[in-house]
Design a protein around this ligand. Structure first.
Ligand code: NIG
Ligand code: FE
Length: 390
């Protein structure tokens, strides 16, 4: 494969501290891509020669977004539930069971087509790494099927059998946890990299979440957790105690939770699409960042609590509503997501990174928040993508 000099970059977000600031911004920059990897980044005036050149005409270039939290293995939608919420109804996660019924009834082909459609939406909006969870099957066969289908399209697959207790176990939640930690885990582990649980009133308590995460770890899966979404609770502390890569939502935090996140290094993944779509208070990103917590932004794309596939939308909302600067939000959507997935090959454009480059139809990353709702992602170049670098 030949090397390509991407030049005419008005502003490069490298996330390389060597270039200064958290975003490692370089003006009038160039990137050399060799095969599937970044071989060089820096000022265009110092760029080495390459086999071919591609000029992006003064646009901004940034690493592909890393969406570290989505639930794309589903069928059906819940637009009526959204409308009811906008008319005043509260979100309590109960609608998950509606999607479980639709997902169980769908064929492999339907589920795959839905997944491919949503991944395509994400790519067109600049996302180049996507985590996908199970959690709408909730039988051994349906969870294993979801993960096997997802694993064909992304290496970042998460077993979320502990999403809610399905109707057939309504009278025996302990029996369901035994199923999840036993035969379901055994069937799912070969298709998953991660294990997750929804630790919340009405879903799984802290002891049940601990049992699921511990069993998952014994089966070789790394842990992540849904916690403190609907109210305060012990989930964030559990995630920090277990040293999980990430704990997601973090909407209702006490000071002790923030302190635990800061000292553990567990990434706090904030999901502004959820607060938007459930008309809930936003998490306090400012407090987390000021305390030194590593923050990621992700879509949580799912048909219930957050049916957006757009990282630019999440960036804009995080800036407007959560106290983040545009630079912090872009960093959280790239480098933060990579940290939440324990990946060092994505989320930045340092030498050796996977060559996933997003070209904005804009001169700077600021426009992602400054021009909300505008389709600014002009091109996605790079390793997995059809385009000029292929
Ligand atoms: O991350 N919180 C639990 N799970 C999803 C919601 C799923 C749904 O409502 O279908 C979430 O918000
Ligand atoms: Fe989620």
């Amino acid at each position: 494969m030949s090397s390509v000099l991407v030049t005419g970059i008005g502003e490069l977000v490298s996330n390389d501290p060597q270039h200064g600031g958290p975003l490692g911004l370089v003006q009038d920059a160039a990137v050399v891509v060799d095969g599937r990897r970044v071989a060089w980044t820096g000022p265009a005036s110092q760029a080495p020669a390459a086999d071919t050149a591609y000029d992006v005409g003064g646009r901004a270039v940034l690493p592909g977004f890393v969406d570290s939290h989505s639930h794309l293995l589903f069928a059906g939608d819940r637009a009526a539930e959204f409308a009811a919420r906008m008319a005043g109804q509260r979100y309590d996660g109960g609608g998950i069971r509606t999607t479980v019924a639709a997902t169980r009834a769908a064929s492999d082909e339907q589920l795959t087509a839905n997944l491919v459609r949503h991944l395509g939406e994400m790519r067109r909006q600049g996302t180049t790494t996507v985590e996908v969870k199970s959690g709408y099957g909730l039988t051994v066969a349906d969870e294993a099927r979801a993960l096997a289908l997802a694993a064909r399209l992304t290496p970042e697959t998460t077993f979320l059998g502990a999403h809610v207790v399905p109707p057939e176990y309504a009278d025996d939640p302990a029996g369901y946890v035994e199923l999840v930690t036993g035969p379901m885990l055994e069937a799912c582990a070969p298709h998953a990299r991660w294990v997750d649980a929804f630790c919340e009133r009405g879903a799984f308590d802290v002891d049940q979440a601990r049992a699921v995460l511990t069993a998952g770890a014994e089966a070789g899966l790394r842990g992540r957790l849904h916690a403190n979404q609907l109210g305060p609770g012990p989930g964030v502390q559990l995630a920090c105690e277990l040293g999980l890569a990430a704990v997601d939502h973090c909407t209702f935090l006490e000071d002790a939770d923030v302190a635990a996140l800061a000292s553990s290094g567990t990434v706090a993944t904030l999901l502004p699409g959820v607060e938007f779509s459930t008309r809930s208070p936003y998490p306090d990103a400012r407090a987390l960042l000021d305390a030194g917590v590593r923050v990621a932004l992700a879509t949580d794309c799912n048909p219930g609590s957050s049916y957006t596939s757009s990282m630019p939308f999440c960036i804009a909302v995080a800036v407007r509503e959560m106290g983040m600067t545009p630079a912090e939000a872009v960093h959280a959507a790239t480098s933060g997501g990579a940290a939440a997935l324990a990946r060092d090959d994505v989320g930045h454009l340092r030498v050796g990174a996977r060559a996933d480059l997003v070209v904005l139809d804009a001169p700077s990353h600021l426009h992602l928040a400054y021009r909300p709702g505008v389709p600014l992602v002009g091109q996605v170049l790079g390793s997995d993508w059809a385009g000029p670098l292929e």
